[in-house]
Design a protein around this ligand. Sequence first.
Ligand code: FA5
Length: 338
Amino acid sequence: MTNTPFDPESLQAILSDAQARAAAASDVASLGALKGELLGKKSTLNGLKKQLGGLEPDQRKAVGQQMNETKSAIEAVLAEREAELSATERASQLEAERLDLTELRDEIKRGHYHLITQSRDRLEDVFVGMGFQVAEGPEVETAWYNFEALNIPDWHPARGSFDTIFVNLGEEEEVMLRSHTSPVQIRTMENQEPPIYIIAPGRTFRSDVADATHLPAFNQIEGLVIDKGITMGDLSGTIDAFVKAFFGHEVKTRLRPSYFPFTEPSAEFDISRADGSWLELGGCGMVHPNVLRNCGIDPEEWQGFAFGFGIDRLAVMRYELDDIRELVNNDVRFLGQF
Ligand code: FA5
């Protein structure tokens, strides 16, 4: 092979050619092929290297250095172009594979509290406004709290009207779902010194069959006041004030003699309806001395009254429902109206 004389301008031409072709390369793959062509064994640059042998040692060194610089310059051009091309390719791959996770939705309608919860909250507001505190007790009770401490021994016929669902724990008929909120009276008096002014809303259970006015699981609210010199007049005034705050000033109340083992005297309290008839709301009375004694309170020193009524029945009256079972059917067409 004969060496042609080395032309230094050819290096500049090689670099310009490399720049033009690199700029024209449209993707990383073709740029890779171009790299082989420009820098590989068969490249023009490599061909020129062979001409080095025919040069004088001084010139050879200078030209060799120029060749290396040209090679580095080509490598830099290729690397820069490769960075550009791979960024473009990555961007278009991302765009092509992008998942649109957005979803157009109708306006979200906010729900609201169930009628029972609304009624319970309002009851709490009214009584808290009258100076009462809110107390709570467990839904699963023992015979002591549900019956005995309330002056209902196991032979007492009143146990029949408070019949409930018993839980198979410990002795027979010892643990049960509470049939009224009155056990919270006992728990409060056991734990708190008088004077006491509490209300206790909560779920209660009875072995009642569901009908238009009964549910086997319903809600009551209990009230208990223990202080000095409390009379039936205080009870009557408290109930009247509550009913007027809850139902409106036109509604009248009346007490009717009744019987509960845990109050003496006892009464049912009714409210007047627009048509002039009376509707029973709940039971009440002066706390029985035996109940006070069962809780370690001296009946000579302290007196008090208690009341208890059904929140579900109250909602039925206030919202003029035909059937108490609507409250638990969970039909949104019904619930959405309130
Ligand atoms: C009681 O439960 C007594 N603990 C109330 C009481 C408390 C009296 C404090 C004296 C002093 P009674 O069984 O009458 O009493 O129930 C009270 C109210 O609960 C009823 O007037 C009614 O509104 C509601 N109620 C009773 N059973 C049901 C039922 N199965 N479904 C819906 N509401 C009921």
